[in-house]
Design a protein around this ligand. Sequence first.
Ligand SMILES: *Cc1c(COP(=O)(O)O)cnc(C)c1O
Length: 243
Amino acid sequence: MAEVGEAGYMGFISERRASVLERVTEAASRSGRDISNITVLAVSKTVGDSEVEAAYAAGYRVFGENRPQELKRKVAAVRANAALEGVRFDMIGNLQTNKINQVLGNAELVHSVSSVHLAQALARRASSQGLVVRCLMEVNVSGEASKSGFAVADARPAADAIMGLEGIRLEGLMTMAPANDRDAARKTFSGLRELSDELRTFTGLGLPVLSCGMSGDFEVAIEEGSTLVRLGRIVFDPAYKCV
Ligand SMILES: *Cc1c(COP(=O)(O)O)cnc(C)c1O
């Protein structure tokens, strides 16, 4: 990680958090939104336990991991540390059915449900343990071949299938925008919001969560209705250039 001493890193992460929150607040006010409806999730996938502790001390409470095994490991480390209270970890990365056990009971929200097959497997495993797993449908709004998630055209039948499963609760949608293209990002995020409105009408579910926006595009995402931004490099990496 970064070439800064422990005290230096703490100073960095606190200052960076203040500037991130200021930008979140400004983006929210530009679009007439209340920041209490926006969660800033710190993506800790590239950092270790000490950086998570520094982020906690700076004020972050919600973290995201993209690998089931590392999610499980970090959750165990946090639970073993009495100083870290009220921490939540979400699963934000690709999930294979044979890794579900590492995520159940450890992730508070699974952002990356990208097939009905995965939803069925999650639901089956959760209900057999008496759990209800909260999840989002990952949607490939931009249609890039490199991205996973439901095609927009498949989202309605998929939501219909998922909402009927016992052991799973569909709480919203997640997407990733094309990198380094503001206009494409805006279109992706507004497309996600429109799809969410349509699914809300179609399913009658509340679907309160719109998980979109990363280090390079979170302000656009908030302007377009994101309720949860997933920030990695801008939170943890001193070398990340804020634009
Ligand atoms: C890594 C990752 C992020 C964070 O990306 P940054 O550009 O570092 O903010 C967000 N969402 C997902 C799914 C990721 O894998």
